[in-house]
Design a protein around this ligand. Structure first.
Ligand code: CTP
Length: 415
């Protein structure tokens, strides 16, 4: 092991590299994991070796890199056991369309794919491929299947690809992959903790849609990712979870109760129906503050004249819940800001009578809507002191928010 790994965290990761142009970025993923204190063993597919040599990974890990466990130079006669049974996380970066298809169908025709089948460890994959391959129904079907099998997927970025096309398919940034891997490791620990057992957490997520006519609506760019991450994290820690979701584009968490609501008013009604059962309410939805005063029954026709739309306020769900709260209900809100972040969030915390608020500056790169990461500042009513956290995955941020909920619960119980 290298000197960078002196500060070990006791976590073992199998990093599998499959054959794509992004294979070189796996080196950065490896280094990031090592810097975080993880012990990493690397396996590669035969094709990956066309893009980067096993020697690179061997030099960085000090360990043999398995490509073919039948090869005479494989020093570890039980490599498949080392990889499948003794690791805390099975990470594939980059994951090609081919390896995704094989995982989804249980094909085990080389070391990486057979180890995938033989492993009990949680699996995280970071796909990278040409945009057309990514969008192909077969790939999307395979990804859906993998999600159903419990595999976590780091969505690729959109941008210019090596093949000069523009669209989704580029490997997510190495630091995002490392952050997601660390969040999964932490979630596993938390899963063991079950420290939210007995809590019933109600979460709003996604964007509301306020209809103008049968074909048009006002909405926003929320993907639901933050709310879904909170739901997954809370469920993992033993809470009973219900999500009330507006429009969402992020993958929906499996096996968590989810109620759909389209408009702010529908979301308010759905929340009010559920709230008496809840012990914690977290408002992560991006709820429209205004809706058109009326919805036209038929499609509004174009004309030469200017068109104005009268907007009227929607119910503030978070404020209503906080106002009507019973004893013991903890209420957490979000403040997505573009300036004076802390002052605005503190003001919202007091005005809406919240227990805590999660502030984020959505102008910062890596924060805000439709990205895998967030940069949040937590402010609790009892301390009023902002705690600024670094860039982290939304799942990790969700755990930090839940840590705060737990602290508030314990403080609450003492008083
Ligand atoms: N929220 C809500 N119902 C609304 C509007 C917002 O529950 N009708 C919740 C959001 O889920 C989030 C918080 O309130 O937790 C955001 O507060 P809000 O005052 O809406 O923030 P902004 O829209 O950013 O408000 P402002 O325009 O005052 O900055």
């Amino acid at each position: 092991m290298t000197g960078e790994q002196e500060n070990k965290n006791g976590k073992r990761i199998a990093l599998c590299v499959s054959g794509g142009i992004a294979a070189y970025k796996a080196v950065e993923v490896l280094r990031g994991l090592q810097r975080a204190g993880c012990e990493v063993r690397v396996a590669m597919t035969q094709r990956a070796c066309e893009f980067i040599k096993p020697l690179t990974f061997r030099a960085l890990t000090g360990e043999h890199v398995v490509v073919d466990d039948y090869a005479p130079d494989n020093p570890d006669p039980i490599a498949h056991i080392t990889f499948s049974q003794t690791v805390d996380l099975f990470l594939v970066a980059p994951a090609t369309a081919n390896i995704i298809a094989k995982f989804a169908n249980g094909v085990a025709d080389d070391f990486v794919t057979s180890t995938y089948l033989a492993s009990n460890a949680p699996v995280l994959i970071a796909p990278a491929m040409n945009t057309t391959m990514w969008n192909h129904p077969a790939t999307q079907r395979n990804l859906r299947r993998l999600r159903e099998d419990g595999v976590q997927i780091i969505e690729p970025d959109a941008g210019e690809m090596a093949c000069k096309t523009i669209g989704p398919g580029r490997l997510s940034e190495p630091e995002q992959i490392v952050a997601a891997a660390l969040a999964m490791l932490r979630e596993q620990e938390m899963r063991g903790a079950q420290d939210l057992a007995g809590e019933r957490v109600l979460i709003t997520a996604g964007a509301t849609r306020e209809e103008l006519d049968p074909v048009r609506f006002l909405s926003n760019r929320s993907s639901g990712r933050m709310g879904f991450a909170l739901a997954e994290a809370a469920r993992g820690r033993g809470a009973e979870v219900t999500i009330v979701a507006g429009e969402t584009s992020a993958p929906v968490p499996q096996a968590i109760r989810l109620v759909r609501a389209a408009s702010a008013e529908e979301m308010r009604d759905a929340v009010m129906k559920e709230i008496n059962e809840a012990t914690v309410f977290i408002a992560a939805a991006a709820v429209a503050d205004y809706r058109p005063a009326s919805r036209a029954a038929s499609k509004i026709k174009k004309s030469e004249a200017a068109l104005s739309i009268e907007l009227v306020p929607t119910p503030d769900i978070l404020a209503e819940v906080a106002r009507a709260r019973r004893n013991g209900l903890l209420v957490v809100g979000f403040a997505a800001e573009t300036g004076n972040v802390i002052e605005n969030a503190q003001d919202k915390l007091r005005r809406k009578q919240l227990d805590a608020i999660v502030a984020n500056d959505i102008t910062r790169e890596g924060a805000g809507f439709d990205v895998e990461t967030n940069i949040i500042t937590l402010i609790a009513r009892d301390t009023d002191a902002p705690v600024a956290l670094p860039l982290m995955s939304k799942l990790e941020a969700a755990h930090r928010i839940l840590d705060e909920v737990l602290r508030l619960r314990r403080t609450h119980e003492k008083n």
